[in-house]
Design a binder for this molecule. Structure first.
Ligand SMILES: N[C@@H](CCC(=O)N[C@@H](CS)C(=O)NCC(=O)O)C(=O)O
Length: 209
């Protein structure tokens, strides 16, 4: 029985759960996924809510620690399971990774509203595209273009995983043209076994339900 539990939403559509799932898989840390049906409120008023206090997924339980908030979890995993490192070795590059991870958590709200992550995996009535979402998409593409140019030749790190998965929204909804080189970069990262194992887990769960 693995001594790390990852609490996930049962629909496997949360980009924040995906970020932690990917890190655990990339590091080869064994874990048990415990699924919570958020639509049924399984994360509220339960032991889970009491223990995490924040009451959101992702959360992990590792030994005595119960921890929510994906960024805090990623930082913890990097310290608890240093190899392989998922941040760049260079200090300035590590800071740039953290800059991107913070930015992705504090911006792009219009983009997220117009292009929900869940719609990538199952049909939904697509929300309207807005000028704000367009502006944020252009900024995301500019960040990715700069990122690809500056990180050529080294393996993906945490910021790459999250940028590549955020790009799936643009690629799926097609409201905004995605340059070929950026789409290919996202495709290559999205195809990694760490991410595909999350997609496979969703498919398994859907078959059981
Ligand atoms: N800032 C949090 C966001 C996590 C989050 O928004 N989780 C959603 C699922 S995608 C959730 O648990 N929602 C349930 C709720 O808010 O009641 C993180 O980075 O982990």
């Amino acid at each position: 029985m693995p001594d790390l539990i990852l609490y996930c939403e049962a629909s496997f559509t949360s980009p924040w759960v995906l970020a932690v799932w990917t890190a655990l898989r990339e590091k080869g840390v064994p874990f048990e996924a415990q699924l919570l049906d958020l639509k049924k409120g399984e994360h509220k008023g339960t032991d889970f809510a009491k223990q995490t206090v924040i009451g959101k997924v992702p959360a992990i339980r590792h030994q005595e620690l119960v921890l929510a908030e994906s960024f805090a979890i990623l930082e913890y995993l990097e310290e608890a399971f240093p190899e392989p490192g998922l941040y760049p070795k260079d200090r300035a590059d590590r800071a740039r990774d953290r800059q991107i991870l913070s930015w992705l958590r504090s911006d792009l709200f219009a983009l997220r509203r117009a292009m929900p992550f869940e719609g990538i995996f199952s049909p939904i009535a697509p929300p309207a595209m807005t000028p704000e979402a367009r502006e944020e998409s252009d900024k995301l593409l500019a960040v990715c273009a700069a990122r690809i140019a500056s990180t050529a030749g080294r393996g993906p790190t945490l910021a790459d995983f999250e940028l590549a998965s955020t790009l799936r929204r643009l690629i799926h909804y097609r409201h905004v043209p995605v340059p070929e080189a950026i789409a290919r970069w996202s495709d290559a990262i999205w195809a990694r076994p760490s991410i595909q194992s999350w997609n496979a887990a969703r498919a398994r769960t859907a078959n059981i339900a």
